[in-house]
Design a protein around this ligand. Structure first.
Ligand code: NAD
Ligand code: IPM
Ligand code: MN
Length: 357
């Protein structure tokens, strides 16, 4: 039997609720499609930090490295650990240490889900964001001087390398080439940010010569944000820097009807290290502990993970079941106007999956 070893990291807040719920769906898929998912759960989160003074054990990276993939809920409990410490020592560290340089984030409006675009029936929204995930605004270079004085200085430097920009652009062009519309939108701000963003555009233009079949457009990030709302059907693949992609994909989640829906793959396309799959959303402290978080984003992330592990049929099965539950609208969490719990939504998806619809 095919076996895949998964590091399960529920993390904090609703991560602890949606992750086990989604894993139940993935285990149902494993049973149905005839493979095994061997789960090892790591409770590395803000509670772990409070106890141990760090977000994971000293050999945490080595432990994670042994797995085929990492399945994360969300990290963050600002009441216990400052976010910039918790996230730098966990998620951002994993992305950078494992060089998971692609952050793949589909933005697809599922039929039947209420959302801001519902007044425009027939509108097809199917975008894929390819977010640079290893450097850029998140490089972590900077410092603070003369803290607490009137002359205080804080500097955070954006780092774009040729290697970093080329590889994310190439991945985006390849992704666009495989899709029917074959369009690539390059998210920029080269009218104001004259070094990094002009370089970003240049690399995109250079690579475009190798992909004459892909239609490339450049949009400034401000106009692109508006375009996502006013003309989302004109967008196909969008390539972004680290921070721009972060912001636009939460907007994408809103367009999808809820942040409880969009999913994300932090991918090393060269497969040197385990890739990490997670919802786009965070730990949602405002609703944590109530059992009402929408597990769809986590389930979708799980489908992306199965696809990456080579279980394409199972991945499609999970997505078909998720889409069927979404379309029926009977079992929905409160973010989508329903009254169902996290576990009820996951159970409905698992049931559909087992029934083979
Ligand atoms: P958030 O995504 O956690 O929440 C934003 C809003 O969306 C909240 O009102 C929340 O209730 C709602 N929401 C999010 N997911 C939902 C779901 N599945 N079902 C229903 N509603 C949902 O963003 P935030 O409030 O900015 O951040 C909270 C914490 O999470 C912070 O500590 C932040 O740093 C962290 N965070 C972690 C990740 C991650 O680990 N990948 C991502 C984003 C934010
Ligand atoms: C995301 C998150 C992270 C990011 C945070 C938690 C560091 O918002 O994955 O979208 O900004 O990348
Ligand atoms: Mn984000």
């Amino acid at each position: 039997m095919r076996r895949h070893s998964i590091a399960v990291l529920p993390g904090d807040g609703i991560g602890k609720e949606v992750t086990p719920a989604a894993m139940r769906v993935l285990q149902a898929a494993a049973r149905r499609y005839g493979f095994a998912l061997d789960e090892t759960t790591y409770m590395w989160n803000c509670d772990y930090y409070v106890e141990h003074g760090r977000m994971m054990p000293e050999d945490g990276l080595e432990q994670l490295r042994r797995h085929d993939a990492i399945f994360l809920g969300a990290i963050g409990n600002p009441a216990k650990v400052p976010d910039h410490i918790a996230l730098r020592e966990s998620l951002l560290l994993w992305r950078q240490a494992f060089d998971l340089y692609i952050n793949l984030r589909p933005v697809k409006v599922l039929p039947g889900i209420p959302g801001p675009l519902r007044e425009r029936p027939g509108l097809k929204v199917d975008m894929v964001f390819v977010r640079e995930n290893s450097e850029g605004e998140y490089a972590g270079i900077g410092g603070r001087l003369r803290r607490g004085t009137p002359d205080e200085v804080a500097i955070q430097t954006t780092v774009f390398t040729r290697k970093g920009v080329e590889r994310v652009m190439r991945y985006a062009f390849e992704t666009a080439r495989k899709r029917p519309a074959k369009k690539l939108a390059c998210a920029t701000k080269s009218n104001a940010i004259q070094y990094t963003m002009v370089f970003w555009d240049e690399v995109c233009r250079e690579l475009a010569k190798e992909y004459p079949d892909v239609q490339v457009s450049f949009y400034h990030i401000d106009a692109l944000a508006a375009r996502m709302v006013t003309h989302p059907e004109t967008l196909d693949v969008v390539v972004t820097s680290n921070l721009f992609g972060d912001i636009l994909t939460d907007l994408g989640g809103a367009l999808q009807g809820s942040l409880g829906i969009p999913a994300s793959g932090n991918i090393d396309p060269e497969r040197r290290n385990p890739s990490l799959f997670e919802p786009v959303h965070g730990s949602a402290p405002d609703i944590a502990g109530k059992g009402i978080a929408n597990p769809m984003a986590a389930v979708w992330a799980g489908a992306m993970m199965l696809e990456f592990l080579g279980e394409e049929e199972a991945a499609h099965g999970v997505m078909a079941a998720l889409e069927a539950v979404a379309a029926e609208g009977r079992v929905r969490t409160p973010d989508l106007g329903g009254t169902a719990t996290t576990d009820e939504v996951a159970a409905a998806i698992a049931e559909k999956l087992a029934a083979g619809s």
